[in-house]
Design a binder for this molecule. Structure first.
Ligand SMILES: [Zn+2]
Length: 273
């Protein structure tokens, strides 16, 4: 069952491609199979029966090793009695950034796999590409790659205050930066100006890029900006924003962690400069 060959491995693996040093992350019905603090598995800790029929996708890591995402068709909880299922979102604050990023990629790839079983052009079944991370429709030769959706996330600042907003979705209990998807034909700066005006009715002037982040809910590329307030009074768009206010360092509400989110990083950058 174990593969010891040194040639480049395909992205879509069969059980014959598995190597002793592989680290596995198991997904079942969109959730991650964990065992207490254990969020990834080795070939020794896993019961091989669990992954024998799974779709296996290789995710190269910075370290040079491979994370193997195993998407299971049937529940692993019988074969792994102490395991439990956890959502990726529940791991946002509790686990290491490296693990979260790997799990985030695995989660995005599952979205892509389930959304591209059939060709969008001819309706034919797609198949794994032999060596690229792509799904291919043989009859019409279309290739489907994992899709990334670019978004901007922006901290609007005015002297020593920053504009933070509470989303009207998900019963949010924290305040964060404004964010929105880029539209066709826009530059990121265009999106910043449009989104800020649409969401809170404020015009911004100078816009500076600070940082970016892949965000796996479900597959965004977040481009983080700081924008200087120019004019207008805060007037939240109620379908998106429950509340928006100017906050200073002395009266901060609940905000996202800078450890895991670019929103937290933008806020912490502003507070520390
Ligand atoms: Zn097709």
């Amino acid at each position: 069952m174990l593969d010891t060959a040194q040639e480049v491995r395909p992205f879509f693996l069969t059980p014959q491609h598995i190597r002793l040093e592989d680290t596995f992350i198991l997904f079942f019905e969109g959730q991650i199979v964990c065992d207490g603090l254990l969020t990834t598995w080795s070939i020794e800790t896993i019961n091989p029966e669990v992954i024998i029929d799974a779709q296996l996708l290789r995710i190269p890591q910075e370290s040079g090793s491979d994370l193997v995402a195993a998407y299971l068709d049937s529940s692993p909880l019988g074969a792994l009695p102490s395991a439990e299922l956890r959502s990726l979102r529940s791991m946002l604050l509790s686990d290491s950034k490296e693990f979260f990023m790997g799990a985030g990629v695995a989660n995005q790839l599952e979205e892509w796999l389930t959304g591209h079983k059939f060709c969008g052009s001819c309706g034919g079944l797609t198949q794994p590409h032999p060596n690229e991370r792509a799904l291919v429709c043989k009859p019409c030769e279309r290739h489907y790659y994992p899709r990334i959706n670019p978004c901007v996330i922006v901290l609007v600042v005015r002297e020593d205050k920053m504009l933070l907003a509470k989303s009207s979705r998900h019963n949010a209990d924290f305040y964060s930066c404004l964010a929105g998807f880029m539209e066709v034909g826009e530059s990121p700066e265009d999106t910043v100006k449009r989104e800020v005006f649409e969401e809170v009715g404020v015009h911004v002037g100078k816009i500076e890029y600070l940082s970016s982040q892949s965000w796996p809910f479900p597959s965004q590329l977040m481009l983080g900006f700081i924008a200087q307030y120019e004019s207008g009074d805060i007037n939240p768009e109620p379908s998106e924003i429950a509340d928006a206010q100017w906050f200073g360092a002395d009266d901060l509400p609940n905000i996202p962690s800078a450890r895991i989110s670019v929103a937290g990083k933008l806020i912490s950058h502003f507070l520390n400069t």
